[in-house]
Design a protein around this ligand. Structure first.
Ligand SMILES: Nc1ncnc2c1ncn2[C@@H]1O[C@H](COP(=O)(O)OP(=O)(O)OP(=O)(O)O)[C@@H](O)[C@H]1O
Ligand SMILES: [Mg+2]
Length: 436
């Protein structure tokens, strides 16, 4: 049932767009202004992604077989397929309203009302699929049916939704995030390259055995053992208070601990924080903790304080290539950045230490849904460049989606481990952390 996982992922992205639009609409009405570039980018995304890919894919494979197997599905499928058929015309009508509102021929409130109605329809459609159709499909379709559907959904050569199309969708989504108002988006691109540290692939980079840590008499970590291999992204997921932050701080050496940490073949259990940083363990802390009064550039330089002076300018350029918004604002106090931009700064600051292992503590915390996506895109880029990463997140779905492996932490102990995929499909994980 890979197909269902793919559709659910797609629904989550749609939901993010919908929630973002809800917020933007409220601002738009309050200010009486239309951001036509941003809304245009959203419509482009919806047209390509929803109308040209998502809907036909559902119709051709999932719905067609479900109709054959389950007569009782006909009524709901009729409705959904009618939604699919009408979607392009609805979007066209919205584009037309947008053009007229941008040109001052239509009151902003009317455009907003039309968009709200569209979003309500979209959300209802997703709800019906998730709550009615998927459970029905899970019961009614045979293993052979699923094989056929999954094969189609996983066909990377399909021009409508294969690898090439996916790159295109990501680009469109990225454009939406970068054009979004600063309150919900980045307000600028993040892209570019950052040279990966030369390290042999494979092999264990970090081995933690029986790690314990306490606050007074309260034992926050009760003997944690985990491993990170070179080039791996490992997610550490768990609810509020599970011990994720305590664990990362124990690794970076700012939290008293016992147990054994072997990093890059060396026992670093007794090393001070700055010495661990020199070895290549760099952390982007929870809550970002950028130094508000200092300039953005000085914040970045702070991240390089353990590094030789000669490399700092070159590394700054690389960070700026990755986060152009930081370059644009480099002379300004860090406190003037939006939440999402501060998160980019915190990650950039950690990268200035030339990490061999990057520790990210809740990079998505407190960010608008679109920005969550952007931050995870940054993590994906770093991963693609070969960086080894531990990603602590309450936002378990998103973290597990990009992680190679994950550990579930509950009140100071690891309760489950597996590949990112296994964990995100584990019933216990879904029930406990994913709010399903
Ligand atoms: N400074 C502190 N003093 C006392 N107890 C603390 C302190 N910091 C954390 N704790 C306790 O340690 C446990 C683990 O907290 P920790 O912050 O590591 O969890 P977390 O998984 O990072 O949670 P969150 O998702 O909220 O960031 C919790 O029971 C918490 O109450
Ligand atoms: Mg925490």
């Amino acid at each position: 049932m890979e197909a269902l996982r793919i559709i659910k992922d797609e629904h989550r992205n749609l939901w993010r767009i919908a929630i973002t639009l809800d917020r933007v609409l409220a601002d738009m009405e309050a200010e009486g202004k239309v951001d036509d570039a941003f809304l245009g980018s959203v419509f482009d995304y919806l047209e390509q992604f929803v109308d040209n890919c998502h809907h036909p894919k559902e119709d051709h494979y999932l719905f067609r077989l479900l109709r054959q197997r389950s007569p009782e599905a006909a009524a709901v499928l009729d409705r959904l397929e009618a939604d699919h058929r009408n979607a392009p015309a609805n979007l066209e009508a919205l584009r037309d309203r947008l053009a007229r509102a941008a040109g001052g021929q239509l009151p902003v409130a009317e455009l907003a009302a039309a968009l709200r109605a569209y979003l309500a329809g979209l959300k209802e459609h997703v709800r019906v699929e998730e709550k009615e159709v998927f459970p029905l499909a899970t019961q009614a379709l045979s293993a052979a049916d699923w094989q056929e559907i999954d094969a189609a959904f996983l066909d990377n050569a399909d021009p409508a939704f294969g690898t090439q199309a996916q790159a295109n969708f990501r680009e469109l989504f990225h454009k939406v995030a970068s054009l979004a108002p600063v309150s919900v988006g980045l307000g600028a691109h993040s892209a570019g390259e950052l040279a990966a540290p030369a390290s042999a692939p494979g092999g264990v980079l970090l081995k933690v055995e029986g790690l314990e840590s306490s606050y007074g008499r309260i034992k926050a970590l009760k003997g944690i053992s985990i491993e990170v291999r070179r080039g791996e992204t490992v997610a550490l997921v768990g609810a509020n208070g599970a011990g994720k932050t305590t664990f990362l701080r124990s690794l970076s050496g700012v939290q008293p601990m016992s147990g054994r940490i072997t990093f890059d073949g060396e026992d670093i259990s007794r090393l001070r924080a700055d010495m661990r940083m020199r070895r290549g363990i760099c952390q982007s802390p929870e809550g970002r903790q950028v130094f508000g009064p200092l300039s953005i550039e000085d914040n970045l330089r702070l991240g390089a304080y353990t590094q030789p002076k000669a490399q700092v300018e070159g590394d700054l350029d690389k960070i700026y290539a990755m986060f152009p918004i930081l370059k644009e604002k480099r002379k300004l106090p860090a406190g003037t950045l939006s939440g999402g931009q501060q998160q980019m700064l915190a990650i950039g600051r950690a990268l200035m230490g030339r990490p061999k292992l990057l520790l990210l503590d809740e990079p998505s915390m407190g960010l608008a849904p679109l920005l969550v996506e952007e931050v995870f895109n940054v993590v994906k880029t770093l991963k693609a460049q070969g960086m080894s990463i531990i990603l602590a997140e309450q936002n378990a779905f998103s973290a597990l989606a990009i992680a190679d492996r994950g550990y579930v932490l509950e009140t100071g102990s690891v309760t489950l481990t597996g590949t990112g995929r296994e964990l995100s499909e584990d019933e216990q994980v879904r029930a406990a952390y994913l709010g399903m």
